[in-house]
Design a protein around this ligand. Structure first.
Ligand SMILES: Cc1cc2nc3c(=O)[nH]c(=O)nc-3n(C[C@H](O)[C@H](O)[C@H](O)COP(=O)(O)OP(=O)(O)OC[C@H]3O[C@@H](n4cnc5c(N)ncnc54)[C@H](O)[C@@H]3O)c2cc1C
Length: 454
């Protein structure tokens, strides 16, 4: 069978794999069990930026056909297939007055991908990451065994899987506790800030009052203004907050499909000059506002408004540097922000957010404090690799970490410094996959599993 070329969202480091798309949990199990010596890895919608859902020379189990959606019970619990996208889930649940509990910056991720990366959304400081809203999930193990895993009954495997980057098995279904909503809208506030310190103060203030917050920040402005930005915060809009014309269809969730960029954009679009001008315009045009009614999906995932946005970066693709730093390490955050701002590579998009307490799972990314995510063209990577390696160390020394779901370039030596409980994770991973059948390009690059280090 011909192999398929795969990349992550960043379109860097392509590799070729034998892609299978099982229609049942049993077939997913067989695909892993029958994989050749290069093993297998599950894949959702390929929204991880780097190589997490790739397995060069091996098998990739495309889970998107595992997309069954069950009924919602009175407590708001729904059972869905691991390949169901959060977009599909939202379309099914909003009309019934329920919403997915956590939505990352794109709704085009699968439930299995959301569990494997233990994703966070703009409500992390209040609601935590995806794993907090799971009653249990069914894991297809490489042995062929299907195991229902919950935090109460099997904490070790639950924690190894949430954030475990697909390396403990295929999540074939999950039971999720949804959030009750009166409408599909958010009542949003906008506040413009003058510099990084001002943005951090605004985020800390809005965290106390609003369950949804994040800030776009500008890294390409004058040195004294670096980190100025637009803080967007909000909460689910109750029915009586809607203007009368919106009330009748308050729960009618049907975001339009937007056309994708049909071709790669010219490099000029991500040049420093262009992005600097774009940022200045965006900043100037922002106005402080309160209680603006916006569609929930536009608030949670504004980038979904343009399909295939990664094509803006041309064939070379894009890199995202996303780190988390603990509360109290604001100087380290300041250093990281200013170092990224001074880099030769233009920071095309930068988002700062506060995180609430972490989930306590060994590889789950969020920790209480701050998270910063910065995109830049991958073409600039050779020029900035040394700076990013230095920032990895700075982040690790401060007790922080880089997000595995976004990484495409980190070195393996820093992983144990960032994720100090990785040995504990390795032991559980080896217990569910003793023959080392599950592996990925990310696993081999960062030497995550014990098997990848042999
Ligand atoms: C524009 C954009 C914005 C984003 N914003 C955020 C954000 O705000 N917060 C955040 O946390 N993340 C964010 N992400 C990252 C994204 O949420 C994660 O990478 C997520 O894991 C992608 O899900 P996916 O279905 O596309 O999985 P893939 O990218 O296909 O795979 C990701 C990982 O999940 C594993 N996996 C996939 N399916 C299964 C399964 N059924 N069983 C077991 N493992 C599986 C894979 O092996 C891989 O390790 C963003 C990504 C993009 C492109």
């Amino acid at each position: 069978m011909p192999m398929t070329r795969l990349t992550g969202w960043g379109r860097t480091a392509p590799s070729f794999a034998d892609v299978v798309r099982p229609a049942s949990a049993e077939a997913a199990g067989r695909a892993v069990a029958e994989a050749g010596p290069r093993g297998a890895i599950p894949r959702g919608l390929g929204r991880a930026y780097g190589d997490a859902a790739q397995n060069g020379g091996g098998t990739v189990v495309d889970c998107t056909a595992l997309d069954r959606i069950g009924a919602i019970d009175d407590a708001g619990v729904i059972e869905v297939g691991g390949g169901t996208s959060l977009d599909t889930l939202a379309r099914a649940t909003y009309p019934q007055g329920w919403a997915p509990p956590v939505t990352p910056g794109t709704r085009f991720v699968t439930v299995g991908g959301a569990i494997a990366s233990d994703v966070h959304g703009k409500n992390h400081h209040v609601d935590g990451s995806f794993s907090r809203h799971l009653l249990d999930f069914t894991l297809q193990l490489p042995s062929g065994e299907q195991r229902v895993v919950s935090a109460e009954r099997d904490r070790a495997v639950f924690d190894a899987t949430t954030g475990g980057m697909g390396l403990t098995g295929v999540v074939v279904s999950a039971r999720i506790r949804l959030r009750a909503v009166e409408t599909r809208y958010v009542a949003a506030d906008t506040r413009r800030t003058r510099n990084l310190a001002d943005t951090m103060v605004a985020l800390a203030e809005t965290d106390g009052t609003q369950p949804l917050t994040a800030a776009w920040i500008d890294l390409l402005c004058g040195a004294r203004e670096v980190g100025r930005g637009i803080v967007r915060s909000g909460h689910a809009a109750p029915l009586d907050a809607l203007p009368a014309p919106l009330r009748a269809g308050a729960l009618a969730y049907a975001p339009a499909w937007r056309p994708s960029l049909p071709v790669d954009a010219p490099n000029a679009v991500t040049s420093r000059t262009f992005v600097r001008a774009f940022n200045a315009l965006r900043y100037r045009r922002a106005e402080d506002r309160t209680g603006q009614i916006v569609a929930a999906e536009a608030f949670a995932a504004p980038l979904d408004g343009v399909g295939a946005l990664h094509r803006l970066y041309g064939a070379a693709g894009l890199i995202q540097y996303q780190c988390a730093l603990p509360r109290g390490e604001e100087r380290a955050l300041d250093d990281v922000v200013h170092s990224l701002a001074a880099m030769d590579a233009p920071a095309t998009l930068a988002v700062l957010k506060r995180l609430g307490p972490g989930a306590g799972a060994p590889l789950s990314f969020p920790i209480e404090g701050w998270t910063l995510a910065v995109d830049f063209p991958a073409a600039a990577l050779p020029a900035v690799r040394v700076i990013l390696d230095r920032l990895d160390r700075r982040v690790a020394e401060a007790g922080g970490r880089v997000y595995l779901a976004k990484d495409a370039r980190m070195r393996p030596e820093v992983v144990p410094l960032m994720y100090p409980r990785i040995e504990e994770w390795r032991a559980v991973q080896a217990s569910v996959d003793p023959e080392g059948r599950l592996t990925s390009d990310l696993d081999r690059r960062l030497r995550l599993t014990a098997g990848s280090r042999r």
